[in-house]
Design a protein around this ligand. Structure first.
Ligand code: PYC
Length: 318
């Protein structure tokens, strides 16, 4: 019987499961070396930790590792029901709140190595967390895509630590009662944009008007494994900020309150890194709540010991 200790939290409704002991030993080397070892040699641990029967399609796992960059306090690998995420904004907020809960860290800045770059997470005295994310940018503006059952739509391709296709003219109601249609529509959009030569896009983000006072827009984000983000998506909000900056619709350090499909919010702002190239440094602020402490038991005699993956989903190429 193998034992893996975990702490679960949620960030605006989106779950994060931090492995605190018993995870796979990924050896040494760069964080990308360890990610490739996780993927090629220990992938069944990923599935066992986040998939049913111990987890769910929306669960994001976080495995801490020694940073290879000595300026970082830790390294982290994020994973989900079908594979690995370059970065995860809600997961970083959940990780920091988890480490504060354990007493491992206190208020202040914490540099964290991820496979797509270093981020700095600041734990504030009120318990909220700001994540200075990796450099983000819009790659393509208003790309036309012919989507089966929907017709032609236009969207922006942008990087915020993961690849996003952001769509405004989708004609869908961004309401939780419409979630099955939103999942179906975003799945079709992702298929169409991937077939059109952008297989790197693993998240689709629909944008619409905000509902709550003080928010600037609402989104719905479909994640690579077919689950939707319950939070406003930290990397998706970073991609959105890059598009707003490129269009001149949001100034440096102006606040942007992004609402997710459940109404929970992240507050974003940015500063320019390279105005000519359209590259920004986004900062996303949110809160997380601890919801469980536990031990996962892995018994090889259990036919579902290594989780029940969604068989119809492709593993993204991250
Ligand atoms: O918050 O960046 C995020 C995220 C990515 C996938 C799920 N959440």
């Amino acid at each position: 019987m193998q034992r893996i200790t975990i702490i679960d939290s949620h960030t605006g409704g989106e779950p994060t499961r931090v492995v605190t002991a018993g995870g796979p030993d990924l050896g040494s080397g760069s964080i990308t070396d360890r990610l490739s070892r996780f993927r090629s040699k220990c992938d069944r641990f990923r599935s066992a930790i986040v998939n049913e029967p111990r987890g769910s399609d929306s669960m994001v796992g976080a495995l801490l590792c020694e940073p290879s960059d000595p300026s970082c306090a830790m390294g982290v690998l994020f994973f989900n029901n079908v594979g690995y995420l370059g970065m995860c904004g809600h997961g970083t907020i959940g990780l920091i709140v988890t480490l504060a809960h354990l007493g491992t860290i206190g208020p202040g800045d914490h540099r964290i190595e991820t496979p797509v770059g270093i981020v700095t997470a600041t734990l504030h005295r009120d318990g909220s967390v700001s994540v200075a994310n990796v450099p983000s940018y819009r790659f393509l503006r208003s790309v036309p895509v012919e989507v089966a059952g929907i017709g032609q739509i236009h969207g922006d391709v942008a990087w915020g630590g993961n690849w996003f296709f952001l769509v405004e003219n989708h004609g869908q109601l961004l309401d939780r009662t419409n979630i099955p249609n939103l999942i179906d529509g975003c799945g079709r959009i992702r298929q169409a944009i991937c077939r059109q030569g952008h297989p790197e896009i693993d998240h689709v983000e629909l944008i619409g008007p905000a509902r709550s006072v003080g928010a600037h827009s609402r989104n719905f984000v479909l994640c690579p494994g077919g689950a939707f983000d319950r939070s406003p998506c930290g990397t998706g909000t970073s991609a959105k900020l890059a598009c707003l900056a490129a269009d001149g619709l949001l100034g440096e350090n102006e606040l942007w309150v992004q609402e997710g499909i459940l109404g929970s919010t992240f507050t974003g702002r940015y500063r320019w890194l390279d105005r000519a190239k359209g590259t920004i440094a986004p900062i996303i602020t949110g809160t997380a709540s601890i919801i469980a402490e536990g031990t996962l038991l892995l018994d090889d005699r259990d036919p579902f010991c290594w989780g029940i993956p969604l068989l119809n989903q492709e593993i993204p190429a991250t």
